[in-house]
Ligand binder design. Structure first.
Ligand SMILES: NC(=O)c1ccc[n+]([C@@H]2O[C@H](COP(=O)([O-])OP(=O)(O)OC[C@H]3O[C@@H](n4cnc5c(N)ncnc54)[C@H](OP(=O)(O)O)[C@@H]3O)[C@@H](O)[C@H]2O)c1
Length: 249
């Protein structure tokens, strides 16, 4: 793919995997809109990359706030006229793992789904008209292996016992299901929709107090999103990936 003239937007990009995804896309020459729910944090993050000479600009987009999504869509339309790549990366982890599967409050379920599922759908729907104006639109949904129903049902899987954070896991299963449906609707449009597991990555999400959980460095955690964002026209759609590996839904 000729990346030099591409326009991308990455949600939840003020830190972690999203920030690194912006960096790696920009390093290939893609013009990247670094989206954050706080203008201050988005501008600060974008400045770090601009100071390295990378083509990055900040944009405000809170995936739980339809007005900010609409404003971002309008701004992109006016400034760029289209969008080539959307990386739905924003996500939260709100479960209290001490409460088990049946003990999470409905508030926790709603909060998690508002960001991880409904926010992702709202953002995608609002930006789809701009992706349709691209020669080769790409949508990457940052899910998790924890959303895989096949793995959760497989006693041999290492995530089999990882059921104590159900609102997070189920929100990602729902993202996977949504992605299959959207990829089907868009299968003849030229827009490719893929879903990824970034790996178990050393980010804020996996920090508990002073303990930094995670196995992969953030740079590696961004690689699967970047790969799928840059696939050619003969690349996959409707898939679920971790690096080059195809994951079971
Ligand atoms: N880390 C892992 O091991 C791992 C594994 C599997 C999947 N994932 C997925 O990877 C994605 C990125 O996670 P991460 O590990 O990089 O987490 P992180 O370091 O906690 O970063 C999350 C990002 O999402 C943003 N965000 C939260 N709510 C938002 C909202 N309503 N609107 C817009 N942005 C919002 C945060 O922005 P603020 O600065 O405003 O809070 C932050 O930039 C998530 O979807 C996560 O579920 C991560």
């Amino acid at each position: 793919m000729n990346t030099a003239s591409k326009i991308a937007l990455v949600t939840g990009a003020t830190r972690g995997i999203g920030f690194e995804t912006v960096k790696q896309l920009a390093e290939t020459g893609v013009h990247v809109l670094l989206a954050g729910r706080s203008r201050e944090r988005a501008v600060e993050a974008a400045l770090k990359l601009q100071s390295q000479g990378l083509p990055v600009e900040a944009i405000v987009l809170d995936v739980t706030d339809t007005a900010t999504i609409a404003a971002a869509a309008k701004e992109i339309e006016q400034r760029h006229g289209r969008l080539d790549i959307l990386v739905n990366n924003a996500g939260i982890f709100a479960d209290d793992a001490t409460k088990g599967v049946s003990g999470q409050s409905l508030d926790t379920w709603r909060t998690t789904f508002d960001t991880n599922l409904f926010g992702l759908i709202d953002t995608t729907q609002a930006l789809l008209p701009l992706l349709r104006k691209s020669q080769a639109g790409r949508i990457v949904n940052v899910s998790s292996l924890l959303g895989s129903l096949s793995e959760h049902q497989n006693p041999a899987s290492f995530i089999y016992e990882f059921k104590g954070v159900p609102s997070y896991n189920v929100s990602k299963s729902a993202v996977n299901a949504w992605a299959i449906h959207l990829a089907h609707e868009l299968k003849d449009s030229g827009i490719k929709v893929n879903t990824i597991h970034p790996g178990y990555v050393k980010t804020e999400m996996n920090k508990a107090g002073d303990e930094q959980g995670g196995e992969l460095e953030v740079a590696d955690g961004a690689r699967t999103s970047v790969r799928l964002a840059l696939i050619d026209n003969d690349g996959p759609t409707g898939g679920y990936f971790y690096f080059d590996q195809v994951l079971p839904w």
